[in-house]
Every structure is written in C-alpha cells, then in structure tokens.
Design a binder for this molecule. Structure first.
Ligand code: KIV
Length: 260
C-alpha cells in the first residue's frame, strides 16, 4: 500500500529489515494525534489507561465500556499509525467473549486488539484472527494477573519459565498473531524469543534486543510523577514543568486586582 497507513504487515516488514519499532500508549484524541505526528508507527490504547488516567490501583478494574470510550477518542485522530487496543480483564474468558469484545473494540476504531496470555488463550486468539481482526499477544509479566501473582515479577529467570515463554511465543505466532508484547522478560530470553519467531516482539522492560519498544507515554513524559517503573528513562518532566507554569500563572493573577 502507498497511502502511508501502517498495517500489521508493515510492522513485520520493519522486523525483516532490522528496523526498530517504536510504540507508545495513547488514550485520547490529542495524544494520539501528537504521537502520530511524531511518526510513531504503533499506538496502543492500553488498559494502563486505568492506572494513569482513571486512577485505579491496577488494570483489573478496567471495563469494556471504558476501553471503547478511549478507543473512540483515539480513533478520531485518524492516525497513520496502527491503532491497537487492549481487551480488558475478563473480556476474553471464552472464544465467543473474545470475539464479541474484539468486534466491539474494532467498531470503536481499533485496528488490532491485544490480550494477555499464551497457549491458554489460543482458542480466543484463533477466533479473533479468523474473523479478520489483527491480534497482538502479550507475554511475560501479565498486569491483568498482578493480584494472583502478588506483584509485577520478572519472567524468564527459571528454565521452565524460559521454555514456557518460547513455546507460548511460537504458539501465538503460529495462530496468526501479528506481534507480541514482551513485558519484564529477562533480556536474554527476550532476545531468544525475538530471534525464534517471524513476527515482531515489542519489549517493555525486556532489554534492547526486542524488535520494538513500547512505553506508557505518561512514564516517558513524566506525566504520572507518583510512580515510574525502574526500566523507564524519562525524557521529560512534564509534571514538574506544569507545576512551575501553573504556580507562576496563579501568582501573576494573584498580583492583579479587579477594580471595584
Ligand atoms: O496497557 C498497556 O499500556 C500495555 C503496555 C504497557 C504494553 O499493555
């Protein structure tokens, strides 16, 4: 295609050319448009929206209605980037649920959907892919399972974890996934997975050898100053800049008086 629109095949071609795939989260019209103008090829309406925008303690509280609302807002920016969206917790328990909810996100404007898990969700992945909806996998630390797992733990340190990750990545790729997010996977295992499958891996806290990197935009830009994951190299301190600007503006107003 020559319209400049990024499609799943373009991400795969980037991997084949050895070109890194930058990816960021976007939850609304303005951020989607701005990041798209920066040429980021893959934008994700992640369920991290629940934490950095909606104020939930983790992503398990995010609903389909909330995801649809944010996907609609992001899609109004009509990005050139591929616009993906997360299926939230409990939205893909069965293949039928997964397909119905993937269709809802597509109707809201998502061009791909992402869900967490490997071989245990293959039925759901097949239902989504067979319906022609591009699917992105998510392996390693699975934020929707943070409560069962008792925290955000690095994956791939033990041999059985490494083997399971490799098998899950192959199974997702064979099932037709167009990319896989690897979250908090040990860098050597992330590298091994990336070399073993034809589809791109998009790492987050998983080392430099993934085919792409994704970050929560709020972490990159310092928009959520109360918590920043250890692996993030913040590029801007937006919260601090905002505090200075607003305090200066407020002081300027307070220095003025309204004639009575
Ligand atoms: O919800 C999200 O933002 C994500 C990315 C961090 C990978 O899943």
């Amino acid at each position: 295609m020559t319209d400049g629109k990024i499609r799943p095949a373009d991400l795969r071609a980037m991997k084949a050319r050895g070109e890194k795939i930058p990816s960021l989260t976007a939850y609304d019209y303005a951020m989607t448009r701005l990041l798209d103008e920066c040429g980021v090829p893959l934008l994700l309406v992640g369920d991290s929206v629940g934490m950095v925008v909606l104020g939930y303690p983790d992503t398990t509280h995010v609903t389909m209605a909330e995801m649809e609302h944010h996907v609609r807002a992001a899609a109004r920016a009509k990005p050139r980037a591929l616009l993906a969206a997360d299926l939230p917790y409990h939205a893909y328990e069965t293949a039928a649920d997964a397909l119905a909810n993937a269709r809802r996100l597509s109707a809201a404007g998502a061009e791909a959907v992402k869900a967490e898990g490997g071989r245990e969700i293959l039925g759901q992945v097949s239902a989504i892919v067979s319906a022609g909806i591009p699917f992105i996998g998510h392996l390693g630390m699975l934020p929707q399972h943070v409560l069962e797992e008792g925290g955000y733990h690095i994956k791939g340190r033990k041999e059985d974890e490494r083997n399971a990750l490799l098998a899950d990545a192959k199974a997702l790729s064979d099932a037709g996934a167009c990319a896989i997010v690897l979250e908090l996977v040990t860098p050597p295992v992330a590298k091994e997975i990336s070399a073993s499958i034809p589809i791109p891996t998009i790492g987050i806290g998983s080392g430099v050898d993934c085919d792409g990197q994704i970050l929560v935009t709020h972490d990159l830009l310092g928009l959520f100053p109360w918590f920043t994951p250890k692996f993030v190299k913040q590029q801007l301190n937006s919260a601090e800049q905002m505090r200075v600007m607003v305090t200066t503006w407020k002081a300027g107003l307070q220095g003025q008086t309204t004639p009575r």
